[in-house]
Design a protein around this ligand. Structure first.
Ligand SMILES: [Zn+2]
Length: 237
């Protein structure tokens, strides 16, 4: 009887010890921000049989699942597809979570095609706040290059790679200096325009379950690569 108890005790101890490294290790946090509805745009306009709000949400859920399986703690900026969240509040959610990276998912509407990865390349001002810091701009640029590279490998041959671009190239960023979600960000931040939704071939790709999965996996590859590039799990300070 005693030997059984000793054995049980030993097994319990062994099991607990096996857990210890996992339990004591802080998991890196990734904040996923499915774009829209925001104070700027509902994202509910129908384009080629779908809406931007729907596509951003569908890919976000797939990305959330993949990153959770990879061991990240995933924080979402909203909990339902049509929930309205202001762009400033989206940034504050990532800040509060101490995210190693904030990934903002969007679809473009333009004469272009394919995807592009945006980062804050200069400071902007919104509601009396000027940001982000030079440090955040640099880490965001590094993240953008890693994520764009990973997307290029994973999506090779399916969508055009528009490359890494500054927020200042966007309509809102051009006026403010940076996108609102970047101005208030205290963590590395990317805005990924996943496709050009008014282009039928791009829309056909991202409307399909397979296309959404492939996009989520491509972004996840980049997040994993970036989050592994610094000692504290990607939280570059
Ligand atoms: Zn958008």
């Amino acid at each position: 009887m005693r030997s059984v108890l000793v054995l049980a005790g030993f097994l319990c101890l062994a099991a607990c010890c096996a857990c210890l490294p996992v339990m004591s290790q802080e998991r890196a946090v990734v904040c996923i921000d499915p774009g829209h509805p925001s104070e700027v745009n509902s994202g509910l306009e129908r384009q080629n049989g779908t809406t931007e709000t729907h596509i951003d949400w569908a890919v976000a859920l797939k990305l959330q699942k993949i990153l959770a399986l990879k061991g990240f703690k995933v924080v979402m900026t909203k909990s339902a597809e049509k929930q309205m969240v202001r762009n400033k509040d989206r940034a504050l959610i990532a800040n509060r979570a101490g995210a190693a990276l904030m990934v903002r998912l969007h679809c473009d509407s333009s004469k272009d095609k394919g995807y592009a990865v945006y980062y804050p390349d200069r400071q902007g001002t919104k509601e009396g706040t000027t940001g982000p810091t030079k440090e955040i701009m640099e880490s965001s640029r590094a993240a953008a290059e890693v994520v764009d590279g990973a997307m290029s490998r994973a999506l090779n041959g399916t969508l055009k790679n528009g490359g890494v671009r500054g927020d200042s190239k966007t309509f809102v960023g051009g006026k403010q200096g940076a996108l609102t979600g970047s101005i208030f960000s205290q963590v590395p931040v990317l805005t990924i325009e996943m496709v050009v939704l008014n282009r039928k071939s791009d829309a056909d790709f991202i409307r399909s379950e397979a296309g959404q999965s492939r996009m989520a996996q491509a972004i996840a590859d980049g997040v994993v690569q970036f989050a592994g590039t610094s000692r504290d799990g990607g939280n570059i300070k």
